[in-house]
Design a protein around this ligand. Structure first.
Ligand SMILES: Cc1ncc(COP(=O)(O)O)c(C=O)c1O
Length: 417
């Protein structure tokens, strides 16, 4: 479903509350879909559009050298945030391309070794659809189920690795339910069995500590627009030692990025990604506490005033800014329309063109009607306490109002008396 601001149908319109002073409507609380660019990021990017517009591959003049220097500074900043070396950071166009490059690049490079790939049913489409395509070319893919809390079972993973397994790809944090997988344990197991481990860390990087060495990660996908950087730029971490991981390029051309990703570098975008990483390196510990506090405040204020609402996914293993709640006896669509001055999402924004219940929630065993009544809140850097309170109150009022109109809710309440 889109997060466009919609007007509720006439029969559902009712007195809209006046926001307290200092709150500007609409409120954006969909920071898993994308984040606004941080002012500090934008300021570093701006010179690279006009004064310093050079091509980082131009070796013959100062325009090219300035661009190359900026790219290398950004590479250092990305590497620092995830505990990598600069050699191991490949710039791409974002999370989708990084996932494709990791999965297809490993599949091709290691095809003599084996043809088996393991992933999980709750992965992002960029991972699932890359795997689906490889199945067409004769690769065998195992899609691990998840438990009720959204976590994979390590015993399942142990069981399905075989001597043809070349890659395990399991996301660090889920984009809908924010559930954080046991990445370090998955990586350890993969290394013990001689299998390469890729993690889609698009939602995790800059929100929680990611250390590729400590967490035994061989490849990690990163996207700038999920961490207050610009859209259309990202990176893939590719481990250089212990073990040295090699990938085949999926885009052919001028041999940029050490042959792994051809194409003229998006210098302003890369500068923005680098600055976003530098800010995260400094501020993440404090920011993640603040976001968890805001998220919990939102949760407590909603759950304290409403019955029959259920949190989807583990609260313990979860991104600090994520909350995903199903509101029984309410249609997600109607709820979104009722809170049209608040930008949140039902299901994944990336699958927003489809109206089926979220495949992630279904994989957790959430019934269709509850999956369809779910809302994802993504609390971010620029949200405030008054905003969290306002959003909670809008949700509560709207759910109460919609339930007043629901014969099913009425019947359920009567039955429980
Ligand atoms: C977990 C995950 N992986 C990959 C992507 C795709 O990233 P990008 O938008 O940078 O292509 C997203 C974006 O929503 C995501 O949440």
């Amino acid at each position: 479903m889109s997060t466009d601001v919609k007007t509720p149908p006439a029969e559902r319109q009712y007195q809209q509350p006046v926001p307290p002073n200092g709150i500007k409507l609409p409120i954006y609380m969909d920071n898993h879909a994308t984040t606004p660019v941080d002012q500090r990021v934008l300021e570093e990017m701006l010179p690279y559009f006009m004064e310093k517009f050079g091509n980082a591959a131009s070796r013959n003049h100062s325009f090219g050298w300035a661009a190359e220097e900026a790219v290398e500074t950004a590479r250092e900043r990305v590497a620092k945030l995830i505990g990598a070396t600069t050699k191991e950071v490949i710039f791409t166009s974002g999370g989708t391309e990084s996932d494709n490059l990791a999965i297809k690049g490993i599949a091709e490079m290691y095809k003599e070794k084996g043809n088996h790939i393991i992933t999980a049913v709750t992965e992002h489409r960029a991972v699932l659809d890359s795997c689906k395509r490889l199945e067409k070319y004769g690769y065998r893919v195992t899609y691990l189920p998840v438990q009720k809390d959204g976590l994979i079972d390590l015993e399942d993973l142990k069981r399905v690795i075989d001597d043809k397994t070349i890659l395990v790809t399991i996301m660090a944090a889920n984009n809908e339910i924010g559930v954080v997988q046991p990445v370090a344990d998955i990586g350890k197991l993969c290394h013990e069995r001689g299998v390469i481990f890729h993690t889609d860390a698009t939602q995790a990087v800059a929100k929680m500590p990611i250390d590729v060495l400590k967490q035994n990660i061989d490849l990690a996908s990163i996207s700038a627009h999920k961490m207050y950087g610009p859209k259309g730029v990202g990176a893939l971490y590719v481990r250089n030692e212990n073990p040295r991981v090699r990938i085949s390029a999926i885009i052919d051309g001028g041999g940029h990025e050490r042959g792994m990703r051809s194409g003229t570098l998006n210098v302003p975008g890369i500068v923005g990604l680098g600055k976003a990483c530098a800010i995260a390196t400094e501020e993440m510990p404090k920011e993640s506490c603040r976001l968890a506090g805001l998220r919990n405040r939102l949760k407590d204020r909603i759950m304290g005033q409403l019955d029959e609402c259920y949190i989807n996914g583990s609260m313990e293993h979860r991104l600090p800014g994520n909350l995903n709640i199903s509101f029984a006896y309410v249609e997600g669509e109607s709820l979104l329309m009722g809170i049209n001055d608040v930008a949140v999402s039902s299901g994944s924004a990336c699958t927003s063109a489809r109206l089926e219940p979220s495949y992630v929630l279904k994989a957790l065993g959430v019934e269709d009607h509850l999956a369809q009544s779910s809302i994802r809140f993504g609390v971010g850097r620029f949200n405030t306490e008054p905003e969290a309170d306002f959003v909670a109150d809008r949700v509560v009022e709207t759910v109460l109002h919609l339930r007043e109109l629901s014969p099913e809710y009425d019947a359920a309440k009567r039955a429980s008396i």
